[in-house]
Design a protein around this ligand. Sequence first.
Ligand code: PEP
Length: 249
Amino acid sequence: MKKLIVGNFKMNQTPEESKAYFMRFVSGFTGNRADVVLCPSFLSLPVASFLAKGSLVKIGAQNVSDEEEGAFTGEVSAKMLKNAGVEYVIVGHSERRNKYKETDKLINKKIKTALKNGLKCIFCIGESLTDRNTGKTFEVIRHQIEEGVRGLYENELESVVIAYEPVWAIGTGQNASVKDVENAAKVIRKVIFESYSEKASRDIQVLYGGSLNEKNVAALLNCPGIDGGLFGKISLNVNAFLDIANNLK
Ligand code: PEP
């Protein structure tokens, strides 16, 4: 199976800049080595989905409301995203957990709302440096997974991708080791096995994210149990990201 490569642009690129990026990426992407999901800001989604239409590039959003519609100032609903050509949404990113105080309960509600509206979720989990230094990594990620997928039916997991993103590795230039990633993938699949089934634990897609770059990508994405990667900073460099997506070993 091809690896899944996800680009999280965070709060970068104006719609004009996204237009230039997508024109270049869509025309240069071969789709031979990986499936790709690009997640620009909300405002860039219309131009991104227009330019990606009919290509192999899929579009993701970086956030979604837990509510369906109504008096929720500043929020963007799953239905709006779906209508704008979005296929995936990132939920539970550590920047949202930490800076915007998103709880496991809210993340679980966002996942349910997104799935109900036909969106797939890239569900992020990962321990902080303190968790890691106090030996709590697996306890923390187990808890995040159990709370995040609470109440989901097994068939709904087909639309959920779990991204293991240690907080200390995001945007720091300090990636996890191959062993760390392999162990985390084992724990993730064990939790899914215990909550669902052997089949679900085998089928669920597990990504690694955290300071991925041209040099470490092959080793980290070819770890046993890893199906792809979530990229922040490097995904903003269109040529570097195209090179990764087209030439993944
Ligand atoms: C991220 O924010 O999901 C991420 C992986 O960022 P970076 O690649 O910049 O560490």
